[in-house]
Ligand binder design. Structure first.
Ligand code: FES
Ligand code: FES
Length: 182
């Protein structure tokens, strides 16, 4: 990371990898990571709610860990790897985790969904299969006003169990964890 001035404004240069692509940008040091992802990179799937670390709407994965991007400065992304919800689906196919949410009716308005998806993605990177109680604890940092959480926990539980999802191409039940965390 390097610093320079444009007029009287101090700017810092950062290089980060976002959804597999290296990005270099010059930003004000006080720009927070959520705004950087949304306004500079156009990754508006990262939602903003409270901007004070309470709601979890802005959760992304940084170096494999779930992070509330409203509590992080853009310049702190320098040299790190970021994953946002845009990394999940391909053009015509939902990611198995997204499909699990759809099949378990784990969303209504959907505003909280990116936060839950990225929290679950980070949980998947831990390499163990959490219990329902552990899933509840892990997602406690993300709030949902619509669903009552039960179906969200079920969706994540099903994803970990690798329950074949309709449209996954493996409805036979023989796929084990094929539909689960990578
Ligand atoms: S917007 Fe980041 S926790 Fe609410
Ligand atoms: S689905 Fe509406 S806030 Fe969670």
């Amino acid at each position: 990371m390097t610093a320079n001035t444009a007029g009287t404004e101090l700017l810092v240069e950062l290089t980060t990898t976002v959804n597999g692509e290296e990005v270099t940008a010059t930003v004000p040091p006080r720009l927070h990571a959520a705004d950087f992802l949304r306004s500079r990179l156009g990754l508006t799937g990262t939602h903003i709610g409270c901007e004070q670390g309470s709601c979890g709407m802005c959760t992304v994965v940084v170096d494999g860990e779930a992070v509330k991007s409203c509590l992080m400065l853009a310049c702190q992304l320098d040299g790190r790897t970021v994953q946002t919800v845009e990394s999940l689906a391909t053009d015509d196919r939902l990611d198995p985790l997204q499909q699990a949410f759809k099949d378990a009716h784990a969303l209504q308005c959907g505003f909280c969904t990116p936060g839950f998806l990225m929290t679950a993605t980070a949980l998947g990177y831990q390499g163990s299969c959490p219990s329902r109680a552990e899933i509840r604890e892990e997602i406690a940092g993300v709030l949902c006003r619509c669903t009552g959480y039960e179906n969200i926990v079920s969706a994540i539980e099903n994803w970990f169990a690798g329950v074949p999802q309709p449209g996954s191409g493996d409805e036979t039940g023989s796929g084990g964890r094929a539909g689960g965390p990578r």
